[in-house]
Ligand binder design. Structure first.
Ligand code: ZN
Length: 278
């Protein structure tokens, strides 16, 4: 897709299977199972959608999926399968060393697992020439997670990037290159950031885990994982109407069927009008 001079592709790091109840919080199963049918282990199929962006002379990756370092037991629990991010990059004629910038919206394992890889028994940054951007508060929390969310944070995904001095913690809004803006949007975690792409008079907004799939558009459909669900609610009330009003392209981090859509308001409901993208 092109927004003026900015070009981006959506590349999946494959699927992750997560508990349907946890994904929909207070929404009863009879409602969510119609949109996302669970398997025998009550898991629903989600995609880990990453972005590859060419902007301002830089090659940028947003999110790195779950990566390939997880144990066979965890791979089974989360149903991790391909195709993977690095294969998607190869299809775009990009090698890991070609990437200049990596953006993590937050540091849950399904958003940053591909940040690092194992090379000769050592954990190293997957993208050796890249600077990695994350909110400072998110990094602090990831280093010392609480009892409720420590299962989502794996030090191996970000500590080696810090040790290699390639990690830049941010304090709030940040323009990575002209047309690629990071905006702190708390709720899912205290310091999650969304990514706003602008060019040629158009805008695309990566909702990260504020609205992970199109099924999460209705206001009360908020993940049970969220640390601050009322803040998520406030931010949904702010950002979804803005995306509708301004005609933004909405990009969804976890939707397996609709990674990109225009949002519409119809009879008081918010709907996604899927967009065909590569
Ligand atoms: Zn998350």
């Amino acid at each position: 897709m092109k927004l003026g001079d900015l070009e981006f592709h959506i590349v999946s790091d494959g699927h992750v299977l997560l508990d349907g109840g946890a994904m929909f919080g207070v929404v009863p199963r009879p409602l969510w199972e119609k949109k996302m049918p669970p398997d025998a282990r009550n898991r629903i199929t989600l995609s880990m959608n990453c972005l590859v962006i060419w902007a301002g002379g830089k090659r940028i990756v947003v999110e790195t999926g779950a990566g390939d370092k997880m144990s066979p037991k965890l791979r089974d629990i989360y149903g991790l399968d391909g195709p993977f991010l690095l294969g998607g990059l190869r299809a775009l004629d990009l090698r890991p060393e070609d990437i200049d910038i990596v953006i993590n919206t937050h540091l849950h394992f399904d958003h940053c697992g591909g940040n690092t890889r194992i090379e000769q028994d050592q954990l190293v940054p997957t993208f050796p020439n890249a600077r990695y951007f994350v909110q400072a508060g998110e990094l602090d929390h990831a280093i010392r997670p609480n009892e409720r969310d420590r299962g989502s944070y794996f030090q191996e995904n970000f500590a080696p990037v810090g040790a290699a001095e390639k990690l830049t913690p941010l304090e709030g809004e940040h323009t990575v290159v002209p047309g690629v803006e990071l905006i702190r949007v708390p709720g899912h975690t205290a310091h999650m950031q969304c990514v706003k792409l602008t060019g040629g008079g158009q805008t695309a907004f990566f909702f990260a885990d504020l609205v992970p799939t199109t099924a999460h558009l209705p206001l009360p459909w908020i993940m049970g994982y969220d640390l601050f669900p009322m803040t998520t609610l406030e931010n949904k009330k702010r950002w979804i109407p803005e995306a509708i009003r301004e005609g933004w392209i909405a990009l969804f981090a976890h939707d397996p069927y609709v990674p990109a859509a225009y949002l519409r308001s119809r009879d008081g409901n918010w709907e996604a009008e899927p967009l065909r993208v590569t």
